[in-house]
Design a binder for this molecule. Structure first.
Ligand SMILES: [Zn+2]
Length: 127
């Protein structure tokens, strides 16, 4: 984490809730991943969309904040628009992993890691 990330990982623009670090953010049971808006020119500038269910606000975070979670192989070729491409990256609400051997596929692996992050147990839930 670089110093320009600030003293906390993310602050909710609506209710002001702060998450001190990424693990705390992803494990928060009130944070739900909603979508991924691909940036085809610079993949790391794609946006991950998260819903803060406490206040109902959607927050967007750059993919580059999460890409280090994935340490597998990254394909160098882009398959977007070819027959091998299922077009997931064209739809923000489509979060399934991509089977194509495509440069964009690793970001979707990162999406899966974020979505499947183990949520912390909370003692007080209002359903
Ligand atoms: Zn909030």
């Amino acid at each position: 984490m670089t110093s320009d990330a600030g003293p906390y990982f993310k602050q909710c623009p609506m209710c002001g809730h702060r998450w001190q670090d990424r693990e705390g953010f992803l494990s928060d049971p009130d944070v739900r991943m909603l979508g991924y808006m691909a940036n085809f020119e610079r993949l790391e500038l794609g946006l991950f969309l998260f819903d803060h269910q406490v206040c109902g606000t959607t927050m967007s975070l750059k993919a580059s904040l999460f890409t280090d979670l994935y340490d597998g192989s990254v394909y160098v070729e882009r398959q977007t628009g070819t027959e091998a491409c299922p077009g997931h990256c064209l739809h923000a609400e489509e979060l399934d992993p991509c089977p194509a051997q495509c440069e964009c596929a690793y970001v979707r692996e990162v999406v899966s890691i974020c979505r499947n992050w183990e949520k912390a147990a909370t003692s007080v839930r209002n359903g």
